[in-house]
Design a protein around this ligand. Structure first.
Ligand SMILES: [Zn+2]
Length: 265
């Protein structure tokens, strides 16, 4: 399904791969930089191309660091991490399994956004805090400090965006882990998925009625179904686990079932 990707290198055994669509994004961004913005007096050419490519690579380096945050925390708890796949929409770490202990899932998930906030804090120490509304990503000065401030805003946005409590974002998993400290895992998933669906419906309604933004509404539709997919996957796993536990208990009493299908996040 994911198609062709290029393997770059391994860090602590984790393979870093880049999906081919990432190179399409790189080409578009490079072309954009080459053209510049003549109306606004932004020069293009090799300088514009190099600046755009540098910004994109710096941004995706932060995406990879976010995924390493998840991965290293998972490895700390003995979870195998096969690879990190980089795509235009972000990164995805492929885990062998996800611990069912809510405290571990909570920390593994929180570690991603925590990396972004750590980068924000480090850059704040180095260059201070950006002036003005943090979401105006294109208004930056073409200097080293301007570049650092832009990266800081992006990491703040990446950290906060991932904390929104909807699947497949980290926030959905964090909410589920918090609920699972008190509730059965499937019930916790159901409630977290429902919260995500309600937010998605509200977001889609706001996008369509308030902002006349149908593409954003499509994004919310995707989030709505991601909640349903997550719930169904957990339900199926619970049924399979129960089946294998019962089957194994009949053959080998006292044998725990530890094999789980691979999990993507
Ligand atoms: Zn994450």
């Amino acid at each position: 399904m994911l198609g062709w990707s290029m393997n770059l290198f391994r860090v602590r055994g984790i393979l870093l791969s880049v999906h081919f669509t990432f190179f399409l994004l790189l080409a578009v961004v490079a072309w954009d930089g080459w053209q510049g913005l003549p109306e606004e007096g932004v020069a293009g050419g090799w300088g514009g191309l190099a600046a755009n490519v540098a910004i994109l690579l710096a941004f995706f380096t932060c995406v990879v660091l976010h995924e390493f945050g998840h991965s290293f925390t998972a490895m700390h708890y003995g979870v195998g991490v096969r690879r990190i796949l980089l795509m235009p929409i972000g990164g995805m770490a492929e885990f062998d399994s996800i611990p069912r202990e809510p405290a571990k899932e909570f920390l593994i998930t929180l570690a991603g956004p925590a990396v972004n906030f750590a980068i924000v804090a480090l850059l704040a120490l180095a260059v201070g805090w950006p002036q003005g509304w943090p979401w105006q990503f294109h208004n930056y000065e073409a200097t080293a400090v301007g570049f650092a401030l832009l990266l800081q805003k992006w990491n703040l946005a990446m950290g906060l965006f991932n904390l929104v409590p909807v699947f497949p974002m980290d926030g959905g998993r964090i909410l589920r882990a918090l609920l699972a400290t008190r509730l059965p895992y499937l019930r916790a998933t159901f409630i977290a998925a429902t919260v995500g669906k309600i937010l998605a419906v509200a977001g889609a309604a706001a996008a369509l009625l308030g902002f006349d933004a149908p593409l954003t509404a499509v994004l919310f539709a995707f989030i709505f179904f991601a909640g349903e997919v997550e719930y169904r996957a957990v339900k199926r796993r619970e049924i399979e686990d129960a089946y294998w536990r019962a089957a194994l208990a009949r053959i080998y009493p006292l044998t725990p079932v530890t094999e789980e299908p691979p999990v993507l996040r």
